[in-house]
Design a protein around this ligand. Structure first.
Ligand code: NAP
Length: 275
């Protein structure tokens, strides 16, 4: 990664911190963005802090242009930014929550992709890695606003993959399960943290998707869920026990909503798409 310029959104969050550190350790020049990010967050000479609000189209375009102006090019975009809300059925979801989930999980991605694609195409082997969610590939009662926009994010990125194959630009989505982050530990203090996905493993996958070895991988969704996926699918990849099997602790309220819903057919294993 030594000659690569990498732009990371949500760079100082629970996962973003690991992703940023991983790319810096691999020798990349990393421009890390969030609203409050500062130079001191990552004391590395290859790190550039870029404060930006990704809900503002003009600010995002300006940020991407200033990455290219400052670093001369853009090779990799890792779009980590997202936001979570849950615990309400669609019937009870208010406008503000719907709008916030759309802004953070979908529109921010549209803004940054639109601004970055022309530069990533010029790179010749550009890379886009977006962070979705394992919840985005099947319905989850009580998480409607979140999963709707995470699902749309996956389709947005797969579309970008198709549209930019000609330029050697790949675009893939990582779908993490519940991660072991400080915010999750605080929100769910009684959970078994040992079962949660380690953000460092997600960062490793993002790094692999950014390097030469993944040149032929595009338009793919990568479910990654630590011990839950293994527990519920089994080694042979059988069906999950329940559709909430991955999320026993994600939100008590969401689980309560789920338990009131009519039980349907057992959902199949999270699919792995590629083309
Ligand atoms: N945590 C999980 O268990 C889990 C599971 C599955 C998927 N995911 C996904 O993984 C990604 C990372 O999750 P996380 O838990 O690490 O998130 P997080 O800790 O909440 O971090 C979010 C980051 O986004 C930044 N941010 C928030 N609003 C912003 C805005 N309007 N403009 C610019 N930056 C903004 C925050 O920094 P500032 O406050 O400085 O802006 C922060 O750096 C998200 O896409 C999430 O949906 C998480």
């Amino acid at each position: 990664m030594k000659d690569k310029v990498v732009f990371i959104t949500g760079a100082k969050g629970g996962l973003g911190m690991f992703v940023t550190q991983r790319f810096l350790a691999a020798g990349a020049t990393v421009v890390g963005a969030s609203r409050s990010i500062a130079r001191e967050d990552f004391p590395d000479s290859n790190f550039v802090a870029m404060p930006v609000d990704f809900t503002k189209a003009a600010a995002v375009r300006e940020a991407v242009e200033s990455v290219v102006k400052r670093c001369g090019k853009l090779d990799v975009l890792v779009h980590v930014l997202g936001g979570f809300a849950g615990g309400k059925t669609i019937a009870d979801t208010d406008d503000a929550t719907w709008q916030q989930m759309q802004d953070l999980n979908l529109t921010s991605a549209f803004y940054v992709l639109r601004a970055a694609i022309p530069h990533l195409r010029k790179s010749g082997n550009g890379r886009i890695i977006a962070i979705g969610s394992l919840t985005a590939v099947e319905p989850n009662a009580g998480l409607g606003a979140y999963v709707t926009f995470k699902a749309a994010l996956a389709m947005l990125v797969r579309t970008v993959a198709l549209e930019n194959k000609d330029a050697g630009l790949t675009a893939n989505v990582i779908l993490p399960g519940t991660m072991d982050t400080p915010a999750n530990r605080k929100a769910m203090p009684k959970a078994d943290f040992s079962k949660w996905l380690q953000p460092a493993n997600v960062a490793d996958l993002a790094l692999w998707l950014a390097d030469e070895r993944s040149a032929q991988v595009t338009g793919a969704l990568f479910p990654i869920d630590g011990k839950f996926l293994l527990d519920s699918c089994g080694a042979a990849g059988g069906p999950r026990k329940t559709s909430t099997g991955h999320w026993p602790t994600i939100m008590k309220a969401a689980a309560a909503v789920k338990s009131q819903s009519t039980s349907g057919p057992v959902p199949q294993r999270t699919p792995f798409y590629t083309f």
